[in-house]
Each structure stands twice: as C-alpha cells, then as structure tokens.
Unconditional design. Structure first.
Length: 305
C-alpha cells in the first residue's frame, strides 16, 4: 500500500515535471525560430538556447524517475538505465551551471565601460563565449564520466564500502583516494563558476547603481522609471544568478550532510530533488517574462487551452 507521503511527493514531482517541460519547451521553441527564418543568431540567444536545453534535460532525467519511484516502482531501471539517467542529469546540471555563469559574464561585458582597455577585453571575451558554450557539453560529459562506474540499480546487491541511495538507483562510494579527489575536481569547477557568477553579479549591480545615480541627477526620478532594455536584461540575469546560487547552496549543504552522516532518509533525497528541479522551472518563467513576444505567445496558447 502506498504511503500518504509518497503520494504527496509523487504529485509534487508530477506538477514540477509537467510545468517545467511545458514552459522550457515554449522558451526553446521561441528561440529556435530565428534559426529557421534565416535571421542572424545573437550570442545571447545561443547561450539561452543551450541553457534551456540543459534545463529541459535536467527536469526530464530528474523528475520522471522520481515520479515512478514515489508511486512504488523501485526497480524499474537496470544498471545501464541508472547510469544513463543519472549521467544525463549530472551533465545537464553542469551545462546549466556553466551557461548561467556565461550569461552573467556576457551581460557584465555588454554593460561594462566603453574605455579602450575594456573594449579590447570585451571583444576578446565575447569572441570566445560562443565556442566555449558549445564545448560545455563535451567538457561535462568528461567530468561526469565517473557516474558510469559508481552508479548501479537499487536491485543490485554488489558490495561497496558505502552506498548512497536515490530511491531507484544507488551510488557506491569506495574507500580509496580516487573518490575524494574526484569530488574535489567537481567542487572546484562548481566553485569557479559560482565565483565568476557572483563577481559578474556584483559588477553589474555596481554599474546599475552608478547609472541610477547619474540618471536621477541629470533627468530626475521620473525619467529613471523608464527602464532601458539593457537594464531590464541585466536585472533578469541577476535574478537568475541569485536564484541559482540560492538553490545550489541549499542542495549542496544537504548533499554534504548526506555524505558526512551516512545514508540519508528518502525524505532528504526528495527535498534535494525538489530543490534541484526548482531552478530550471523558475529560469524558464524568468526568461519568458523578460521576452514580451514569448510572453504573449505563451499566454495566447494557455488561453486557448
């Protein structure tokens, strides 16, 4: 018999997954249109497409297995299935982190000072952002290759020093030095992206604050109320960066707690899963609200339905 808490969590994951897939698909379709109409693709559009695709894969690979596990299907994945699902999730999560960081740095470069020194740096940075965005996929495929070795199905009774269960799959943790070194490598790349994202956010906030003071001094408060497209885009990216850092920090603390204090209860795993699925959904809503044409398209489709 299904427990009430499993039923509640199953409904939560169904709502999260359904809303996330619908909204991310709307954003992805909207940004794919320029590619079929022959219009030039902007760098920001390219980054947003990679971000939305990564968010969609993250929601699918995290949400659907959780739904099936909550409704009693504990052993629906074999070893290969578990490896592929968790590998896809980790890769898409890594790309989402990297592209959010890239989007923050891109917007910081766009609104930075137009002095000769900054212009040279800006052109060089923007020049390499497009290729680095595409390279984020193979880079994360390589970084997370250890998942293919450590993850097994929950039905697999293979002996391991320590096991972390996800409800439908398990990850074995060996007692060798390789595991902490690998975790250190993953932590280093995450901290590097989060540090760059935080620096870009602080930098953009300082520019917006300085611009606000200048506009208020020259034109008064009423003129400042008309927010420019650049300022609106900067505010959107700041919201995305702050939201990502918040959700990532909370889930990381809980993952660290799980690793330090043994195999956690399923309620801890469920909370981590809910938190990690929140950002991809919130991100798509922010992108839609920032783009007026996408907002009108989404609202029109919703009204017709």
């Amino acid at each position: 018999k299904m427990k009430p808490e499993n039923m509640v969590m199953g409904i939560v994951f169904i709502l999260q997954t359904t809303v996330g897939i619908l909204v991310n698909s709307s954003v992805l379709l909207h940004y794919l249109v320029p590619g079929f109409t022959g219009k030039g693709l902007k760098l920001k559009t390219l980054i947003v497409k990679h971000l939305t695709l990564a968010n969609s894969l993250s929601i699918i690979s995290r949400g659907i297995p959780q739904i099936m596990a909550e409704f009693g299907m504990k052993y629906f994945l074999d070893d290969i299935g578990c490896k592929l699902v968790l590998y896809l999730y980790r890769v898409s999560r890594g790309v989402s982190l990297y592209t959010t960081c890239l989007l923050s740095c891109f917007q910081a470069a766009i609104i930075s000072s137009s002095t000769t020194k900054w212009m040279k740096f800006k052109h060089k940075a923007i020049k390499y952002m497009g290729p680095s965005c595409s390279l984020s996929w193979p880079m994360n495929l390589l970084l997370n290759v250890m998942i293919l070795v450590t993850v097994t199905s929950s039905s697999n009774r293979r002996n391991a020093t320590k096991k972390l269960t996800y409800g439908y799959c398990s990850a074995s943790v060996s007692g060798t030095i390789a595991t902490p070194l690998y975790m250190l490598l993953l932590s280093f790349t995450d901290v590097l992206c989060l540090s760059l994202m935080s620096w870009a956010s602080v930098f953009m906030l300082s520019i917006l604050h300085r611009h606000k003071k200048q506009v208020q001094y020259i034109h008064g408060v009423q003129h400042f109320l008309r927010v420019s497209p650049e300022a609106r885009a900067t505010q959107t990216i700041l919201i995305l960066a702050c939201t990502f850092v918040t959700f990532y920090s909370i889930s990381s603390i809980m993952v660290l707690y799980s690793a330090l204090f043994g195999n956690p209860g399923l309620w801890v795993i469920n909370i981590i899963s809910v938190l990690e699925t929140c950002y991809p959904i919130f991100c798509s809503f922010v992108l839609i609200s920032n783009n007026s044409s996408a907002s009108r398209l989404y609202l029109h489709c919703w009204w017709k339905r």
